[in-house]
Design a protein around this ligand. Structure first.
Ligand code: SRM
Ligand code: SF4
Length: 584
């Protein structure tokens, strides 16, 4: 269904590609088998997303290849489906081996708790997917206009309800999976659907959703899954008896926007109401199908659930969800989020086991001289009997460690120098970056590759202000799409062009308030120069327990304007105002 103005506009090309694809088959199989090119067609590359695959090219060599008249250096990115970010040691070992054999020899932990392989040549796609299948992993619906990898609070800590919340997340992930057999046919050579009868998608229909759709499950007081950035969220509510009473449902969060297009914006999700635990799938389906039927299929920049809700209103949306699900939403229950940070180092669990929270900068797992992260984790996986949990902050939790294994794992971390990683300061522990260059086709500037130097510069400033240990969130992305959720960071850098970033300040540390644009375009060096006196003032003037984002929001940020100055000279007045006090 659509509004009158939408009805006048034709559906975007993706809609035609989906409907003509015979439930996500298209000509993928034929094109993947074609050895004359490393690429596939534009139509197929839209469809392979639903199979967890993106066609990319190495942007570092793009221009040189073009000058030489050669084909781009094509390869694929594959994203694993891993609800709640949990994997077994056997799965870890296999993924580690596949990265060496058929992909770039690194694994990338993502901001939605899963693995990405990069640099997979077309001929290696089937071996990779079959290898994953042998340990019961797949990449179905990891990308595309469907319910993506479902996030769930990963860290065992002391909360006995975590397992239940995980199981609800997993069940919803399974429930909302596309039902087409296309993935099995194309990649695992399953029999074609018998007699060629039509495949079907009971929940999605032939054109799936208007756009990607994301779900997260949070367990307060931790907001580690950034629940207000999700299209659909479930916030666990604990009853007076200590049991899981149910969930507050949130809807309409999202981060993506485009520079200079006011019609696109990051949005915090709304709290819709409270449900009991057995109503999760019914409510999820009702939210998803409402978006299926009312989301804007005429403009992909306006197609996310956040715009459907912003345009039609929350009251209308609640009515639609209640009608479809037959569930009457109760008033939202009280909850409080205090942190987004993963616990680091050794932590005891209620069942007598331990877990180790390991910070992994940008989630990149590879061996570099003096820093053999991949080897160390392989050694741990070879003897670990618990599981691994990927966190929404691109970190890793080694979970379910027995008292006997604890010193062995500790020795491996020590031997490879990884144990010190957790002690390098609160900004680093709370830093995220998206992949960006050289693989991301949408990157306008660097992100993962510039984060280490940016952190070092800020750490010098923080040392001077005595704030090295303080938890301050900093997130960088290579474009405004927001893959590292930069608009929920106390300090957000969003690339606009090579070495030019929009600088955002003032989100709350616990992920409940968006930041605001502070400087529209600035180099990282100038940003550090600009923020140094502001950070020093913060150290002196903050009230007890006040976070950097809260302080910036209260003291520094202009109420109704952004700074349009670029370059150190132009920033001098801002810096001196910040030094002496008063709003900049
Ligand atoms: Fe993302 C597109 C990487 C989480 C918003 N994202 C992409 C693509 C696939 C580029 C493309 O379309 O060609 C990037 C691949 C880069 C590469 O080379 O690997 C990409 N997104 C990532 C990851 C790997 C970032 C990371 O460093 O961890 C994350 C993978 C998550 C996963 O495992 O599923 C990732 N992306 C996110 C998030 C964060 C989240 O979901 O919690 C967001 C913001 C939340 C949201 O969706 O609003 C996000 N990605 C986008 C968007 C903008 C969507 C929008 O509504 O405007 C795009 C572009 C698009 O869809 O057109 C995008
Ligand atoms: Fe690519 Fe932009 Fe996402 Fe970074 S934020 S991975 S540059 S799409």
């Amino acid at each position: 269904m659509s509004t009158t103005s939408e009805a006048a506009k034709p559906p975007v090309a993706n809609e035609g590609i989906k409907s003509a694809s015979h439930f996500l088959r298209g000509s993928i199989a034929r094109e993947v088998a074609d050895p004359s090119t490393g690429a596939i067609s534009e139509e197929s590359s839209q469809l392979t997303k639903f199979h967890g695959l993106y066609l990319q090219d190495d942007r570092d060599v793009r221009n040189a290849l073009k000058k030489a008249g050669k084909e781009k250096a094509f390869s694929f990115m594959l994203r694993v489906r891993l609800p709640g970010g949990r994997c077994t040691p056997a799965q870890w070992l296999l993924l580690d081996r596949l990265a060496d054999q058929v992909a770039a020899p690194s694994l990338r932990l993502t901001t939605r708790q899963t693995f990405q392989f990069h640099g997979v040549l077309k001929a290696n796609l089937k071996p990779l997917i079959r290898g994953m299948h042998s340990v019961l992993l797949d990449s179905i619906a990891a990308c595309g206009d469907v319910n993506r990898n479902v996030m769930a609070a990963p860290n065992p800590e002391h909360n006995p309800l975590l397992q239940q919340v995980y199981e609800h997340a997993r069940a919803w992930s399974e429930y909302a999976l596309p039902k087409t057999r296309a993935y099995h046919e194309i990649w695992l050579d399953d029999e074609l659907v018998a007699g060629g009868e039509p495949d079907h998608e009971p929940m999605y229909g032939a054109t799936y959703l208007p756009r990607k759709f994301k779900t997260g499950f949070a367990l307060p007081p931790s907001n580690d899954v950034d629940i207000f950035s999700q299209d659909l969220g479930f916030i666990a509510i604990v009853g007076e008896d200590g049991r899981l009473a149910g969930y507050n449902v949130t809807v309409g969060g999202g981060q993506g926007m485009s520079h200079g297009n006011d019609k696109t914006y990051p949005r915090l999700a709304d709290v819709l109401g409270f449900i009991s635990p057995d109503q999760v799938n019914a409510i999820g389906e009702a939210v998803l199908t409402t978006q299926r039927d009312f989301g804007d299929r005429t403009d992909r920049k306006h197609a996310r659930l956040k715009y459907t809700i912003a345009d039609r209103g929350l009251t209308w949306f609640r009515g639609e969800v209640e009608r479809r699900s037959g569930v009457r939403l109760a008033g939202a229950r009280r909850f409080e989020f205090t942190t987004i940070q993963d616990p680091h180092g050794w932590q005891p669990c209620a069942d007598g086991t331990w877990f180790y929270g390991l910070h992994i900068l940008s989630g990149r797992i590879k061996d570099v001289p003096g820093w053999p992260m991949k080897t160390a984790l392989r050694e741990i996986a070879a003897l670990h009997t618990g599981d691994f949990r990927l966190t929404p902050s691109q970190n890793l939790t080694i979970s379910g460690v027995t008292a006997t294994q604890k010193p062995v794992i500790e020795a491996i971390l020590e031997k490879h120098g990884l144990a010190q990683e957790n002690a390098r300061g609160g900004l680093r522990l709370n830093a995220l970056s998206c992949v960006a260059l050289p693989t991301c086709g949408l990157a306008l500037g660097e992100s993962e590759r510039m984060l280490p130097s940016l952190l070092e510069k800020f750490e010098t400033v923080l040392d001077g202000a005595g704030l090295r240990a303080d938890a301050i969130s900093l997130r960088v992305t290579g474009c405004p799409n927001g893959c590292a959720r930069p608009y929920l960071a106390e300090i957000g850098f969003v690339a606009k062009a090579p070495n030019k970033y929009a600088l955002y300040l003032g989100a709350s540390y616990n992920g409940t308030r968006l930041n605001r644009l502070f400087v529209p375009s600035i180099t990282p060096d100038d940003a550090v120069t600009l923020l140094a006196p502001i950070i020093q003032r913060y150290a002196l003037e903050r009230t007890a327990g006040e976070g950097f984002g809260d302080w910036c929001d209260r003291v520094i940020l202009p109420r109704d304007a952004t700074l349009h100055s670029v370059g150190t000279k132009a920033l001098e007045p801002v810096i001196s105002t910040a030094l002496v006090g008063g709003a900049a």
